[in-house]
Design a protein around this ligand. Sequence first.
Ligand SMILES: [Zn+2]
Ligand SMILES: [Zn+2]
Length: 163
Amino acid sequence: MTSTTDHDRARRHACACPCGEARFEIRARPFARLYCHCLICQRIYGAPFADVSVLWPRDLMPASPERVKTARYRKPPALDRSTCLACGRPVHGVLAFGPLRAFAFVPTANLVSVDAPAPVAHIFYHRRVADIDDSLPKYSGYWRSEIATTMMLIRRGIAANPR
Ligand SMILES: [Zn+2]
Ligand SMILES: [Zn+2]
């Protein structure tokens, strides 16, 4: 358990879903950003891929449960995704391995008052709707995407904000 310091409180950043009904805060700048092409993201984001920023779960102060619907779409690992009850768009998600809460994900568009980090990779690229012409690494295959993502996020997360 980390104690909340004045410094932490000073770094709170406002976030919200596109309609503004589901408001929440993050307590640190996200340390990575991914483009996820998985089928669940395609469906929930209503887009060819999801643009998500990543932070430690302890830095996410989630939206009020009355404003969101939270559901688990596959397991394991279990990603709890919250969508806004008013607009139906994604609000945030938390990825857990068993009792361990590993990463929190926020749609980059929901970062209202903090700059988004630079994107680092495309994942689940084998599910892509269209080829992407950029220089980012592209991970295909379920386990390759999972393992590459997990290692990269842990490395970046620890470098940015040791836990
Ligand atoms: Zn909304
Ligand atoms: Zn996805």
